[in-house]
Write a protein of this length. Structure first.
Ligand code: ADP
Length: 447
């Protein structure tokens, strides 16, 4: 087992990882920018190292500074959290070259999944169902026309290097294709320095369902069920559930089994998430994330298993603490992402939190790095906390969520709490009847 882990992140996820390390009796080092000197993860860690000024590229993305912090403190492993360097293959390779364990998959696996064309090709080869579309990059308009006619309109043009929903264009008919192809390519070139694009069938009313997988580091793979993350705004997840209200136990174990086998065949190590669009009973792979997800606590709530403990165990060569047959799904869990944003316009609302009171009681978990008197720096993303609620079934979970949202107090800044108080009373949400476009339509109506 590791002696000392350096946590290369900030905010709620730095604290989340720190808690797991403490439970396992592992020493913790955190790195932070000058803007985060008063952050909770810095206060609670055994050691902290300031690695640079506020902009992420000079601090949380500065590989040399982070490796130097490992050397100075004698850390034998790095947990990257999510975002920042968590899916940076070069970072994983550099750590390996310094004999420091990157708690995550190999640089090669990160690289494959970071290129969406390569990821899709790999998924297909491993027997994972994919969205019908081109086999690789498409450059010629003639070829695009042929593929689109074959799979049928509407189609979506997507950037191979894509991320964050950028570089995607929908063509509803042949007349839109040329312009969609050109715009997607120029957007992709500008955003990612790589203008390779590919074509897929555009699904009109899918749900976003993702499967949590783990490779044990010895060639074995398991799945921890799925999460439904269909409630999104601008391709950003807002509310996540486990299990999905749309799946039954048989569908869960079928898609979970396919994913677990694929992970084993790939020789993957550590946590990963295989993301699908789900429509009319069919799954279509869109991408794989090679890290811990923001929404992992809903899976922890229904399985009772600490996924960060498992990441650390696998990273240290100790394998998983559970086999597939030990993983049971118990009840229902929902996570609300609470952002420091205006709940209607979603413009960021940094500033000082004058009063912070979190709900409690059975089935309630709040993961947050903020506190009363905390000043939110304007440099980073606006997530200030996650409310995770568990109940014996979805109805009980929703009742408890409504109560917990009523108790939650964040004064001094605007937050998205009022949006969740509205959603919890909505009939479609109560029925679990929503797809990936539901939230945007709801917000556009201004209800
Ligand atoms: P990114 O890496 O940029 O987030 P993804 O491939 O994960 O891109 O897709 C992001 C979102 O775009 C999906 O959650 C979905 O809302 C939409 N999307 C992507 N591919 C399709 C498709 N083939 N049909 C319909 N919507 C899609």
């Amino acid at each position: 087992m590791f002696q000392k882990i350096l946590i290369a992140n900030r905010g709620e996820i730095a604290l989340r990882v720190l808690r797991a390390c403490k439970e396992l009796g592992i020493q913790t080092v955190v790195v932070h920018s000058t803007a985060d000197a008063d952050a909770m993860h810095v206060r609670l860690a055994d050691e902290s190292v300031c690695i640079g000024p506020p902009p992420s590229r000079d601090s949380y993305l500065n590989i040399h500074q982070i490796v130097a912090a490992c050397e100075i403190t004698g850390a034998d492993a790095v947990h990257p959290g999510y975002g920042f360097l968590s899916e940076n293959a070069k970072f994983a390779d550099i750590l390996a070259a310094h004999n420091i364990t990157f708690i995550g998959p190999s640089g090669d696996h990160i690289r494959i999944m970071g290129d969406k064309i390569e990821a899709k090709r790999t998924a297909k080869r491993l027997g994972i169902p994919v969205v019908p579309g081109s086999d690789g990059a498409v450059t010629e308009e003639k070829e695009a026309r042929r593929i689109a006619a074959e799979i049928g309109y509407p189609v979506i043009i997507k950037a191979s290097a894509g991320g964050g929903g950028r570089g995607m264009k929908v063509a509803h008919a042949e007349a839109d294709l040329e312009i969609a192809l050109q715009t997607a390519r120029s957007e992709a070139g500008a955003a990612f320095g790589d203008d390779a694009v590919y074509i897929e069938k555009y699904l009109e009313k899918p749900r976003h369902i993702e499967v949590q997988v783990f490779g044990d580091g010895f060639g074995g793979g398991v799945h921890f069920g799925e999460r439904d993350c269909s409630l999104q705004r601008r391709h950003q997840k807002v509310w996540e559930e486990a299990n999905s209200p749309a799946l039954n136990a048989e569908e869960r174990s079928r898609i979970g089994g396919i994913c677990a086998k694929a992970i084993a065949d790939l020789g993957y190590s550590g946590a990963g998430t295989i993301e699908f669009l789900y429509e009319n009973g069919e799954f279509y792979f869109i991408e794989m994330n090679t890290r811990l997800q923001v929404e992992h606590p809903v899976t922890e709530a229904i399985t009772g298993i600490d996924l960060v403990h498992e990441q650390i165990r696998v990273g240290s060569g100790g394998g998983l603490s559970v086999k597939q047959e030990d993983i049971k799904f118990n009840g229902h869990a929902i996570e609300c992402r609470i952002n420091a944003e205006d709940p209607r316009t979603f413009t960021p609302s940094p500033g000082t939190i004058t009063h912070f009171h979190t709900p409690g009681g059975l089935g309630i978990r709040v993961d947050s790095g903020v506190y009363s008197g905390y000043k939110i720096p304007p440099y980073y993303d606006s997530l200030i906390g996650k409310l995770i609620v568990h109940g014996r079934n979805r109805v009980e979970c929703m009742m408890r969520l409504r109560r917990a949202l009523d108790e939650f107090v964040v004064d001094g800044i605007k937050t998205t709490l009022p949006l969740f108080r509205d959603l919890v009373g909505n009939a479609d949400i109560a029925n679990g009847d929503y797809d990936i476009h539901w939230l945007e339509k709801y917000l556009a109506k201004g209800e």
